[in-house]
Design a protein around this ligand. Structure first.
Ligand code: PEP
Ligand code: MG
Length: 748
């Protein structure tokens, strides 16, 4: 086979392009393409294998192998050399195929006479589409240039496949982006939603793959890269030195944007005949394919950075912004790699659901999705490469499952599930104005958690008696600059107006840990969950906390006010915060502002230490609210954001319940009101146990109030309390099994 030159590759690409503009999509075209490649490369065989399902490759066209084997010969992923190329997403090049490990002879193809083998993956943006193979009788190893040239050709084929070019009559090949796919992720916000995909970062559409003038195309690439570099420098200047993490990402961008290797590969592709866009996308495809195989988290992040950078470059080259001109579907389900809280808030309640490829249960986006009550599934691997705008999608936030392009059977089963849930909600709606009074006569207060103005409309419909936890930091997280005091006053006043005569327990800023405000200086901490966060920040740097307290007093404008401080770990911290609030009251009085007619000052109990504070602490606080999410993470030393350990320990384990009883007893002795406002309060069985051990108020997401109320009204809390005591006396580890048995005996 003659050594191929640059011009050969260019000629080949042009012929392929011409062929595509002439022939009809379908089998005939695919056949012509293999013929052109074989001729142009001077090889005996050229074959295209495509995935018919994620595990099976099918010979879809060939020049040189027996025609009757087309659509008959199939291989599993990893089987034979073709399967190996597909699995590794890397070329296999051998002068002696039968001697190559993994070789599998397929007699029906007549390939035994061909000794040399070169296979390259056909892939687009990390999605594996198939394998392109050339074979020849003479035992020769293909040169690097030949491998490179074949990869470029495979890139063009990948684009055609994407455009549905091969899907014609008689082609049994199951096209990509058409199959139903089930993705398993992690639940971040429960609930079910059906709708159509709306990509947060829509794909750039490339129409010209092959260039007519390499020089002109190289100049386009150079200009675009120069523009990219300037834009990164501007971003860096803009970000300033405050946000370290952001700076680090931009540094990596800058490094890639100046990388000679990256540029060289793209220039090479252009010289071989690709357009500048196609060259960028080819690099991006390779990076994505590598992403799937790289186990190292740090490296994967860097490959993600490269992917982002390629997107930026593609947008510059094509002039396509985020606005593709497409209309948002009626039932949009947002699909993104990740999203910030501000961006999510901008979409707001328009969204039916959200699916993220990354994300964390305790992240800001999750907090916002919860506040907006939008089902959210995170860690749904590959969703951004699999989903296309407008695809039908079902999000099962409760199970952490996503069905993309589901078939009819799945869709109808899913709709049945949604209908059942809606029915249950209707049943709960009937209970809305009824108290959560157990059969024994005990009344449990059910409150709702909120954090945004947008939550307040659910207050009347949820049947909540109060807003038991108002996470005030959400307003701070949702914007890119520090809110002014006047913004806070207006916001809190609106919250109090909307709550009417119902109490709102405002929690002061709980920042730090995973809740990071981009505009605030934050030290690098080895373990931020146990670091400088929440009230600790407020006491050390009191400026913002004082502003917030002033705003709360002004917003109350004479009405009753309840304030609680997060993560109080010692009595002295509460005393300081308490005194700070009283000083602000005094200051407001001097300035002539109306003072709250009633002021309640409480503490969130989120560290075990506070359960053993002196008795005088329990007397000094007006109320205590258990922040179960944090308390549980510190009690079991299990990070609430770490998926590996998050679900390992049970709230109904006897050790935790016994500990909670200590808090109940201490509050009881001091006559202090006690509530529980972690996520567990919204899980009916857990809520029943919490009420059973004597916690009088539970604060939860509005949607949980119905199910919790329904169960409490059917139960007898004395029986629950006795049952837990029996479990303890028997030395068992967990009360859940006994509680489940008990609940099963209750009448509906
Ligand atoms: C908690 O820790 O349980 C809590 C209610 O607060 P957050 O989840 O906001 O930390
Ligand atoms: Mg907390």
């Amino acid at each position: 086979m003659p050594h191929r030159t640059e011009t050969d590759s260019r000629k080949l690409l042009r012929r392929l392009r011409d062929e595509m503009s002439l022939s009809n999509p379908g089998q005939e075209r695919l056949d012509r393409i293999t013929t052109i490649i074989a001729e142009s490369m001077g090889v005996d065989v050229c074959s295209v294998y495509l995935f018919r399902d994620p595990d099976t490759l099918e010979l879809c066209a060939t020049e040189g192998l027996r025609p009757e084997s087309v659509h008959q010969t199939r291989l599993r992923l990893g089987e034979g050399l073709v399967g190996k190329v597909a699995r590794l997403a890397r070329p296999v090049n051998t002068a002696n195929a039968p001697k190559e490990p993994g070789f599998r002879f397929m007699p029906e193809t007549g390939e035994e006479v061909f000794t040399s083998f070169l296979g390259v993956p056909i892939q687009r943006l990390g999605e594996r589409l198939g394998v392109l193979v050339v074979q020849a009788k003479d035992p020769r190893l293909y040169s690097d240039d030949e491998i490179y040239g074949l990869e470029v050709v495979a890139m063009v084929i990948a684009e055609m496949t994407e455009l549905g070019a091969f899907v014609g009559e008689g082609t049994s090949f199951a096209t990509t982006h058409k199959n139903p796919i089930l993705l398993r992720g992690v639940t971040a916000q429960e609930g079910e939603a059906e709708g159509e995909v709306w990509l947060h970062e829509p794909r750039v559409v490339i129409t010209n793959l092959v260039n007519d003038d390499s020089q002109a195309e190289l100049a386009r690439l150079e200009a675009a890269v120069a523009q990219l570099r300037v834009s990164i420098d501007e971003l860096m200047a803009h970000a300033g030195s405050r946000d370290k993490e952001h700076q680090e990402i931009l540094q990596t961008y800058r490094m890639f944007a100046h990388s000679r290797g990256w540029m060289k590969r793209m220039e090479e592709d252009i010289r071989l005949g690709l357009s500048a866009e196609a060259a960028v996308e080819k690099e991006q495809s390779f990076a994505r394919a590598r992403l799937e195989t790289v186990p190292d988290a740090y490296l994967r992040d860097r490959l993600h950075d490269l992917d982002d950078l390629s997107n930026r470059l593609l947008r510059i080259l094509t002039g396509q912004g985020h606005e593709t001109g497409a209309d948002m579907p009626d039932r949009p389900i947002l699909v993104a790699r990740n999203i910030g809280p501000g961006e999510l808030l901008e979409y707001g309640r328009k969204l039916r659901g959200v699916v993220l490829e990354e994300g964390a249960v305790g992240s800001h986006a999750t907090i916002v999705a919860r506040a907006l009550a939008i089902p959210l599934v995170i860690n749904a691997a590959r969703i951004t490469t699999e989903a296309l705008n407008g695809d039908h999608i079902l999000v099962d936030g409760t199970e952490g499952i996503v069905h993309l392009r589901p078939d009819d059977a799945i869709s109808s089963a899913f709709r049945d599930k949604m209908a059942m849930q809606a029915k249950a909600q209707e049943r709960y709606a009937i209970l809305r104005d009824k108290p959560a009074k157990a059969r024994c006569g005990t009344h449990v207060k059910l409150n709702m958690n909120a954090g945004l103005m947008a939550d307040l409309p659910s207050l009347p419909s949820s049947g909540a008696e109060a807003v038991g936890l108002f996470r005030s930091e959400l307003q701070f997280l949702a914007q890119d600059r520090m809110p002014k005091r006047s913004d806070l006053v207006a916001n809190y006043a609106r919250v109090l107006d909307a709550a009417k005569d119902k109490k709102v327990y405002f929690r002061t800023l709980d920042i730090g840990s995973d809740k990071v405000m981009p505009y605030m200086n934050r030290p690098d901490e080895p373990n931020p969950a146990m670091g400088w966060r929440a009230l600790r920040v407020g006491l050390d740097k009191p400026g913002v906390l004082r502003m917030q307290l002033q705003a709360l007093i002004r917003a109350a404008n004479g009405r009753a006010l309840s304030v609680m401080f997060p993560l109080v770990a010692a009595q002295s911290e509460f005393t300081q915060a308490h005194d700070m609030l009283l000083r602000e009251i005094e200051r407001e009085r001097r300035m002539g502002h109306a003072l709250p007619e009633k002021l309640e000052i409480g503490a969130m109990l989120e560290t075990p230490s506070l359960a053993y504070a002196p008795h005088s602490f329990f007397e000094a606080v007006d109320f205590i609210s258990i922040g179960g999410n944090d308390l549980k993470q510190f009690f079991f030393a299990a990070d609430r954001e770490n998926e590996l350990v998050r679900r390992r320990y049970d709230t109904l384990s006897v050790s935790f319940l016994t500990f909670l009883q200590v808090i109940v007893d201490r509050c009881h002795e001091a006559g202090t009101d006690l509530s529980f406002c972690g996520e567990d309060a919204g899980r009916p069985i857990d809520a029943l146990a919490l009420a059973g051990i004597g916690i009088g108020a539970l604060s939860m997401r509005p949607a949980s109030i119905g199910p919790v109320k329904s169960l409490i009204r059917r139960a007898n809390l004395n029986e629950v309390s006795e049952l837990i005591a029996r479990v303890q006396a028997r030395g068992l580890e967990n009360a859940r099994p006994a509680l489940l048995d008990y609940v099963a005996t209750l009448v509906e």
